[in-house]
Write a protein that binds this ligand. Structure first.
Ligand SMILES: N[C@@H](CCC(=O)N[C@@H](CS)C(=O)NCC(=O)O)C(=O)O
Length: 217
């Protein structure tokens, strides 16, 4: 059954692939699963009908038959479990790839989001000058550790997995801050993710929503 996901009707990132529907689109492209997209305005996201799908009134959501999911990580995990290509068959390697999914979302993403929020919304606050370097340091500590672990490998644990997919999307959130560029192995890692045909297809589709160049559905 063809799933339907939700995405911003007008993404605040202007189609730079930073909204979290990008992860879901990329996962679906990696496994070759066609999908439909329902676009939502900010007010539609807060309506009761959407909150039945997403308690926090956000995107993305995922509907497939009588299954409705929210949380991009859970959706990517569901896709990876139902299709070949995003999680290894070997049980231990699979468990490690899942650990990287959690690492992307619960260890890397929170300080990165915090820094991004501070850059976007707090620059005029009196405490911004003191707080920003602290947030930057927290991110740098994690990037250092991740970079040390990745070393010169292509992916985090053997073959490309859903762990890499989520990690690349999380690191991309730093794009406008010029921080990942200080870590050549991480920059190359993100570039490798972005070069994957499935990524490029997903990116083009979400950009087309913003530029209005493709019919959706
Ligand atoms: N942890 C959630 C976060 C979802 C989220 O923050 N979605 C953003 C778009 S990337 C959103 O809908 N923002 C609008 C809002 O919160 O009103 C996930 O990974 O799906």
């Amino acid at each position: 059954m063809k799933p339907t996901i939700t995405a911003f009707e007008k993404s605040p990132d202007r189609g730079r692939g930073l909204a979290r529907d990008m992860r879901v689109r990329w996962a679906l492209e990696e496994v070759g699963q066609p999908y439909d997209v329902r676009l939502l305005s900010f007010s539609e996201m807060k309506e009761t009908s959407h909150r039945k799908l997403h308690p926090f009134g956000q995107i993305p959501t995922y509907e497939e038959g009588d299954l409705a999911l929210f949380e991009s990580g859970a959706i990517v995990f569901h896709i990876a479990e139902r299709h070949a290509g995003l999680l290894p068959d070997d049980a231990n390697a699979r468990a490690r790839a899942i650990a990287w999914m959690f690492a992307a979302l619960s260890t890397m993403e929170p300080p990165i989001v915090e820094l991004g929020m501070a850059a976007l919304f707090e620059h005029d606050k009196p405490w911004h000058k003191d707080r920003f370097p602290i947030l930057e340091d927290r991110v740098r500590v994690r990037l250092n550790e991740l970079s040390n672990r990745l070393g010169d490998a292509d992916w985090l644990d053997g073959a490309f997995s859903a762990g890499d997919l989520l990690m690349v999307t999380v690191l991309r959130r730093l794009n406008s801050l010029g921080i990942v560029e200080k870590y050549p192995s991480l920059s190359a890692y993100v570039a490798r993710g972005e070069a994957r045909p499935a990524y490029r297809c997903a990116f083009a589709d979400q950009l087309a929503v913003f530029t209005n160049t493709l019919p959706i559905g």
